[in-house]
Design a protein around this ligand. Structure first.
Ligand SMILES: [Zn+2]
Length: 67
């Protein structure tokens, strides 16, 4: 996983500001049930050197509209 070179200003999935983004070209587990920093992770399709991948946009509790 790595950080894309040209990340958008806002999350392309929900349109909200985000804290960080990472690109994944293989399997990945997202469990935020007990995460104190992030409230939501959005997924958006991407490519990695021509191969399928996805971007994970991490929203904090504030950015996701909760405290
Ligand atoms: Zn989002």
């Amino acid at each position: 996983m790595y950080v894309p070179d040209d990340p958008p200003a806002n999350c392309p999935a929900c349109g909200a500001p985000y804290d960080s983004v990472s690109r994944h070209a293989d399997g990945f587990v997202a469990n935020l049930l007990d995460n104190e920093r992030y409230r939501r992770v959005c997924f958006y399709p991407a490519t990695d050197d021509g191969d399928p991948a996805f971007d994970c946009y991490h929203h904090t509790h504030g950015q996701a509209g909760t405290d």
